[in-house]
Design a protein. Structure first.
Length: 118
């Protein structure tokens, strides 16, 4: 008789325990997903932070020198064979490429919510 009561009791608890475990499993999966996304975000952020000085050291001077060359040869000297508008577009495009990179960095480098950290 005691064995039959234990089986009945176990049969009644089995659906409850599965139902109770499902939210726990779901929370665990959501938590693992959040952790995995944070790891990917931090890895991308670290890579972008390491690349940024190299891009700044190359793209910004190229844009600046291209603009100066365009001013001198395209507008001051006025050489008719010099592609002034193409060179000016190249300079602006180079600077915009750097700004696009900074915008990409800002997507991965989010600041924490406004919390009082005293």
């Amino acid at each position: 008789m005691n064995h039959a009561v234990n089986e009945t009791h176990a049969a009644q608890l089995a659906p409850r325990s599965r139902a109770a475990m499902q939210p726990l499993t779901l929370r665990l999966l959501v938590g693992l997903r959040v952790v995995a996304l944070q790891v990917v975000r931090i890895a991308c952020c670290a890579l972008l932070v390491l690349i940024e000085p190299v891009l700044r050291a190359t793209l910004v001077p190229i844009a600046y020198l291209g603009f100066l060359v365009t001013l001198v040869f395209g507008f001051l000297i006025g050489d008719p064979r010099f592609p002034r508008w193409g060179m000016l577009a190249f300079s602006v495009g180079t600077l915009m490429l750097y700004w696009l990179f900074l915008g990409l960095m800002s997507l991965f480098m989010t600041l924490p919510a406004d919390r009082d950290c005293r």
